[in-house]
Write a new protein. Sequence first.
Length: 236
Amino acid sequence: TTTTTTSTPKCGFTINDSPTIHQTYIFTEKTKTNVTVNALRQCKLSIVAVGGGGGAGSDFGGYGGGGSGYVKRQDIQILGAGTDYFRVKVGAGGKRGKNGKDTTIDWGLTAPYYTAKGGQKGEGVSGGAGYSGGGSDGDGGSDGAEGCCGSASGEGSGLDLSSIQLENFALSAGAGGKKFLTAGGKQGGGGGGVLVDGEGPQDNDYGNEYNGQGYGAGGDYLAGYQGVVLMEIKAV
């Protein structure tokens, strides 16, 4: 989802080498994307980043679901005319036994300026921690809640996603993944991620009911899902 303009706006940004000026953009590429912000006056740049979802654990007695990628909001005040450069890299989902990758924003020469951590992998039968926790012997958590059930469930962040409001994107909490039984034991569902305008990533396996739903959702027997970065800018 992008918004572009044919006239020169007071606040806008371009992507890589394209001359197209954007005022909103959804980043899904897992390689670094160059962003150039051009301001002709004071502007506000709003960013929401979601880390990649953690993969499930692996143990003969059962499998804990992965936690979903953490969610971060950042508002940057651009105080006057000028140009800023930075890079965006969206975190990939973790495979079985692997944490989700961090989603990062940096200025090219320094350590990441802004990071949304990836969700934690399941540890054996224990669910992984994340924005929403992975299930142990039950469903994954949703909207910042821990997974089900008991002390081995993955810890959630407690974040209420409705507290993050953007003007051009509607965010909602994805459902946690469903539990199921395997030959070796129970499989906990992955932690629920973030839906953007009601949609999640376009992965080939997206929609599996045992993974969490949304960007950054945690995995069950499949990998967790990739994260996302949302960006919008306006004059203030």
